[in-house]
Structures are given as C-alpha cells and as structure tokens.
Design a binder for this molecule. Sequence first.
Ligand SMILES: NC(=O)c1ccc[n+]([C@@H]2O[C@H](COP(=O)([O-])OP(=O)(O)OC[C@H]3O[C@@H](n4cnc5c(N)ncnc54)[C@H](O)[C@@H]3O)[C@@H](O)[C@H]2O)c1
Length: 252
Amino acid sequence: MFSLAGRIALISGAGQSVGEGISKVLARQGAAVIVNDLYAERAEKVAAAIVEEGNVAVASAFDVTDFDSTLEHVRAAEKELGGHVDIVVNNAGVAEGRVIKPFRELSPEEWRAPIDLNIFGAMNCIKVALDGMCDAGWGRVVQISSGSARTGQNINQSMYATGKSGIEGFIRHLAAETGQYGVTANIVALGHQKNLEDKMSPEMIEQILRTIPIGRLGDPIEVGAFCAYLASNEAGGLTGQTMDFNGGSQTR
Ligand SMILES: NC(=O)c1ccc[n+]([C@@H]2O[C@H](COP(=O)([O-])OP(=O)(O)OC[C@H]3O[C@@H](n4cnc5c(N)ncnc54)[C@H](O)[C@@H]3O)[C@@H](O)[C@H]2O)c1
C-alpha cells in the first residue's frame, strides 16, 4: 500500500526541515524526487542523502516565484528522470528575510514577498506539471499550509497568513476543476514544527507546547508520511480538503 513506484515528485523548498522530510519519505515509497530549493547546496545535500539511502533524487535549484525558471528547471529534471511530474508538493512558504511586524508597521513593499511565494510560487509549480498530469489521467497536488490561514493570530504574520489563505482558496477550486482528470489537490495545514527550536527561546517553546495535546512539536518525517499517503493511489477519493496536522492543537 501507498507505493509511489514509477512516480516523479516535485517538492519545493525541500533543502531543509519539513521539505527534506517529505522528500525522503516520498523517495522511500518509490518516487523519483525533484528536490527544489532556492539554494543549490541545500537541494544537493538532500538529494545526495536520498541517493545514499538507495533511492532516486535530483537536485534542482530555482526560485519558484519565477515562472520561466520553474518551467526550465522542471523540464530539465523531467528529462533527466525520463518522465513527467506526477506529484507536486508545494512546501516552500517561508520567504527569504521573513519580516515579522504588525500590519501597522509594514510598508506596501513588504506585503509582497510572502504572497508571491505562497500564492504565485505554488501556482507556478502546479502550472508546469498540470497538463502532464491531466493528459495522463493521474496526478496529485499537496499544498503545505498553516493553521494561521484560518485563524486570526496576534503573531505579526498577517501577510504570510494572507498568502496561505489565498492558496488554500485556489487549491479548492483546482480540485473541483481537475477531479475529472484523476488529479487530486489537498491542503495540509501544519502546526508548529521541530525546526522552531532553532528559532525560538526555550521559554517560547514551552509556551507553545502547552497548546499542543501530544506535547511535542511536529516531525518532518511524520509530515512526509502523510504527504506520501495523499500522493498515493489509495488517496484517489480524497480531494479539495484542508487537513490540520498539528498534534491536536485547537489554537491552530
Ligand atoms: N516550521 C513550522 O513550524 C511551520 C508551521 C506551519 C507551516 N509551516 C509551513 O511548512 C513549510 C516548510 O516550512 P519550514 O519551516 O520547513 O521552512 P524552512 O524555512 O526551514 O525551509 C524552507 C526552504 O524553502 C526554501 N525557499 C524559500 N524561498 C524559496 C523560493 N522562492 N523558491 C524555492 N525555495 C525556496 C528555503 O531556501 C528553505 O530551504 C512552509 O510552507 C511553511 O509555511 C511551517
């Protein structure tokens, strides 16, 4: 069950953390993985680790917000792997130089980056793969989102949440349009992940843990396992859904 043998998967922002976990699990399930990241060295490190495990991966460094570059790099990777992208996991979502400020303090120039990445970056990756999926009568889109898309939070991340909400709306419409071609599209809304331990004080982590019933932060390999299910044949009946993957947190 849940074999991805013979599939090609494009994972964006996969050079570390959550995307790294997703890439490793999809490759373990048999997919040939295109490991994308903005930074070549990150993508290459993850692709090399996958190959070391005896699975198939190619590194592909490009900026997903640039449509022409996305198209060029995905076509090159497809040529190398000898097929078309069957599975897109849009994981890139934390913009470079993330700005953390209340909306009152943001200038209009600062609104753009998280929206570009979370909406247009995700759409670019889908766009370059969608015809191939529809023509083949099989495809999977998994959109990584966040609970912040559907709740108001006083965390100075209104533009990030705007990008996530926007792409969630798009994915629901995409699912409705492409179900007839055997292409599903679902949203995984993550809660707090392990890599926050590197970014926050132990006191802040303690505070967060009190809001998570399982009492721990999210694990990229577990997120990967859920994505592998959503990308499998067996998940063909599930589309257009938003699923919280957050240790049972009610605060999202
Ligand atoms: N970490 C969390 O607690 C958390 C919580 C909720 C949702 N999420 C979501 O999970 C996803 C992964 O988050 P993470 O914490 O692993 O991120 P991360 O910042 O650790 O890693 C993301 C990777 O994306 C790459 N990237 C950034 N911009 C890119 C671009 N334009 N093109 C290609 N690659 C690009 C970065 O170089 C980086 O290697 C994101 O969509 C994020 O919004 C994370």
